[in-house]
Design a protein around this ligand. Structure first.
Ligand SMILES: C[S@@+](CC[C@H](N)C(=O)[O-])C[C@H]1O[C@@H](n2cnc3c(N)ncnc32)[C@H](O)[C@@H]1O
Ligand code: SF4
Length: 392
């Protein structure tokens, strides 16, 4: 299984971000990590004989803000609590400017072998508009430092459709990124999320969203350019060198088990989805009463004071989620695996609207090879519309 750990701290909020994160001093960090360690102990007792872990994703927020001593306590709790595969992929998300030699060396020493850097853009004006707390130079300095320290697997997050970003800017961003030759690149279309400063600016008319046509042009350019640079586009927003696909994130898109620990974290284990408390005070308080390890085969919603929501998937939930997540992968879903997993072919399951699926196939939005079903390039552009056909 995979483990996700949420670190909800950031230097400050970016103008577009609605992730669960906020600034925190050392004392708050410590209180949080103490509670998170309690949650690890709770689950390690339940799962350590049953599963081994081959991916850990320390995400956020900005985990690289975390005090090194606290991060070390956390990783020690993980390695003593769970059975880790020898080659476990361990990712940490970071922001430029928050890294230094001491931290990077400590990460490697703790076994963290994949570094993800939230870069977004190399244009200082755009970075300021986004509300980022770093400059392009901060990124370049941190990137080369990470290489010097010995990181062999680095991801860079980039963003397109930023208000004011032209196609030329975007091409330049991609060229600069490819010249650095990271093993992995994520490229996200900026989403204007409710509750963010960008959303308010849009309401007030002071922020003009990039139009849909330009957004798609930028996306298509990235697909073609990254392909030319020998990056394998393997998921809607992700490309990597061969063999460097993110093992952890692939679990989300293949409906494999993952346990999410920490504030607001989501899990999917054995057909059950559950999620944690999103209020920091309540989460820390839960740490105070989580003294007893959970027994085997107990329900997390009953036994974990951190969990506030759960849902046991029906067969229909499993089928739609399998397609929703699986079709994010560029190779699509394996139809033989679908049959083996659900006992019927996709055509039998969706007999009620198979005509509509065939229309999408005829019009070249979907490809059905018999063994696999996947989106075409133009299918990706309207994937959300098509995917609604798979909801029961
Ligand atoms: C949770 S952040 C973690 C990385 C780190 N905190 C940072 O921002 O540098 C992961 C990535 O999500 C992307 N992201 C966050 N909010 C977004 C939004 N509203 N639209 C598109 N991408 C977004 C950014 O590219 C960001 O690097
Ligand atoms: S640094 Fe990352 S997580 Fe924090 S506010 Fe910005 S985008 Fe969100």
């Amino acid at each position: 299984m995979g483990l996700y750990l949420h670190i909800p701290f950031c230097i400050r909020k970016c103008n577009y971000c609605d992730f669960l994160s906020f600034p925190a001093d050392y004392d708050h960090q410590k209180a949080y990590i103490d509670a998170l360690r309690k949650e690890i102990v709770l689950y390690s007792d339940m799962y350590h004989n049953e599963y081994y872990v081959d991916s850990i994703f320390i995400g956020g927020g900005t985990p690289s803000l975390l005090n090194i001593g606290l991060l070390r306590d956390l990783t020690k709790e993980l390695t003593s609590g769970f059975d880790l595969a020898k080659d476990t992929e361990i990712t940490i998300e970071s922001n430029p400017k928050t890294l230094n030699k001491e931290k990077l060396e400590a990460y490697l020493e703790m076994g963290i072998n994949r570094l993800s850097i939230g870069t977004q853009s190399f244009d200082n004006e755009l970075l300021t508009r986004l509300g980022r707390a770093h400059s392009a130079k901060d990124f370049f300095d941190n990137y080369s430092l990470a290489r010097k320290c010995g990181f062999l697997n680095i991801n860079i997050d980039l963003m397109f459709s930023i208000p004011g970003q032209t196609m030329e800017h975007w091409k330049e961003t991609l060229r600069t990124a490819a010249d650095l030759a990271p093993e992995h690149l994520s490229f996200y279309s900026l989403q204007i999320e409710e509750g963010t400063p960008f959303f308010q600016m849009k309401e007030e008319g002071t922020l003009v969203e990039t139009d849909g046509r330009e957004d798609r042009e930028m996306y298509h350019y990235a697909q073609t350019f990254l392909n030319e640079k020998e990056y394998l586009h393997y998921e809607i927003s992700n490309a990597s060198r061969a063999g460097y696909q993110c093992r952890h994130n692939l679990k989300y898109w293949s409906m494999e088990n993952y346990l999410g620990l920490g504030l607001g974290a989501h899990s999917f284990m054995n057909g059950e989805r559950f999620s944690n408390e999103t209020d920091l005070k309540a989460y820390i308080k839960a740490g105070g009463i989580a003294e007893q390890p959970m027994g085997k085969n107990t329900s997390c919603i009953v036994s974990s004071p951190f969990t506030v929501w759960n849902h046991v998937n029906s067969r229909e939930d499993d089928i739609s989620e399998y397609l929703f997540t699986g079709l994010r992968k560029i190779e699509g879903v394996d139809l033989n695996e679908f049959h083996a997993r659900f006992g019927e072919s996709i055509k039998e399951v969706y007999a009620h609207n198979w005509n509509q699926m065939e229309r999408y196939i005829r019009e070249k939005y979907l490809v059905n090879t018999g063994n696999r079903l996947r989106f075409t390039k133009k299918g990706i552009d309207i994937s959300n519309t098509i995917l609604t056909e798979f909801i029961f």
